[in-house]
Design a binder for this molecule. Structure first.
Ligand code: PEP
Ligand code: MN
Length: 340
């Protein structure tokens, strides 16, 4: 449930409610908004007995959160969460685009990608160093060498880095390099990994599980927030459907639904959703028009030579064109976009 404090409530009133709830075994999560303070209380409501929180000074109302996700819910926090990645604000006024190759392949490939996506207006560089591949015989990523290259590219361009962490055992290593920790579709319900990233002081990009419902996805986010980290960006990346022409089916409906259900920022990955480069642009436009806070796009200097996901990767020229078009849609949506 949440306890909404009224405008006149002072620190003493808030503390009194918190103490009472803690004594009754509730776990407390405080949300101090501009307008008023909301106390999120997770625990067994029946333990309150006849105790009336509403009668306490400063309490405006007590509202049960019926959804199974509590802290991720818009009821708990009305205002949008803005995830700060250095000076970049994801979920704020501006649309941010993360772009780069599927996998880090070499210093040259990454540096060229980084320079070109930055030129076109991306603010965050993507690139996998640990790659979750369907086949054990496919390229698995350059691991720590790849992370070092990402750090070099950050140094050279000023772009922030988003890269995937697949396993709690490599989390400390990945966290040394990443500005945003990416949880991939295959790990969305790896609860050990979720608990570990929850303990980190780093933004998390939580991709939707390939067959996950919106509720399951928000429950995964709930794990991370409940563990202490509310810096989460949700990423719709397509779900499994009966359609086989495209790699997955981009669920654009998830964007307004999530905006209604949760305060967390939402971005879209049309590259993995569609799997074919020529359809990435229209879906990127549609995502921003539907209210997404940003995009993550695969770009490769030479897609036909890519070691991973070449068919869905844009050339730097095509990416620039995409950015020009997305910039126009952003304007209509009253969102800013960093200049190219
Ligand atoms: C990726 O972004 O490189 C990736 C593997 O994506 P997903 O987890 O959505 O398949
Ligand atoms: Mn990929």
């Amino acid at each position: 449930m949440i306890v909404v404090m009224n405008h006149c409530a002072d620190k003493k009133d808030i503390q009194a409610v918190i103490s009472k709830l803690e004594k009754t075994g509730f776990q407390i999560h405080l949300s101090e908004g501009v307008e008023r303070t909301i106390i999120g209380a997770i625990g067994d409501k029946t333990r309150l007995g006849s105790m009336s929180l509403e009668a306490m000074p400063g309490v405006e109302k007590v509202v049960p959160i019926l959804a199974p996700f509590k802290l991720a819910s818009r009821n708990f926090r009305e205002e949008n969460t803005v995830v700060c990645v250095g000076d970049i604000e994801v979920g704020g006024d501006a649309i941010h685009v993360m772009a780069g190759p599927c996998a880090v392949e070499s210093r040259e490939q990454l540096m060229e990608s980084a320079l070109r996506v930055k030129e076109a207006g991306a603010t965050i560089l993507r690139g996998g160093a640990f790659k979750p591949r369907t086949s054990p015989y496919s390229f698995q990523g350059l691991e720590e060498k790849g992370l070092e290259m990402l750090a070099e590219a950050r140094e050279a361009t000023g772009l922030k880095i988003v890269t995937e962490v697949m396993d709690p055992r490599t989390l400390p290593l990945v966290a040394q390099y990443a500005d945003i920790l990416q949880i991939g579709t295959r790990n969305m319900q790896n609860f050990f990994l979720l608990k570990e990233v929850a303990a980190m002081d780093k933004p998390v990009l939580l991709k939707r599980g390939i067959s996950a419902t919106i509720e399951e996805w928000l429950m995964a986010a709930e794990y991370i927030i409940a563990g202490g980290n509310s810096q989460i960006i949700l990423c719709e990346r397509g779900i499994r459907s009966f359609e086989t022409y495209t790699r997955n089916t981009l669920d654009l409906t998830a964007i307004p639904v999530l905006k209604h259900l949760t305060h967390l920022p939402v971005i879209v990955d049309p590259s993995h959703a569609i799997g074919k480069w020529r359809f990435v642009l229209p879906m990127a436009r549609a995502a921003v028009a539907a209210g997404a806070d940003g995009l993550i796009i695969e770009v490769h200097p030479n897609p036909s030579e890519a070691l991973c996901d070449g068919p869905q990767s844009l050339t730097p020229e095509n990416f620039r064109h995409l950015m020009d078009e997305v910039r126009q849609v952003s304007k209509i949506m009253n969102r800013k976009m960093p200049d190219a």
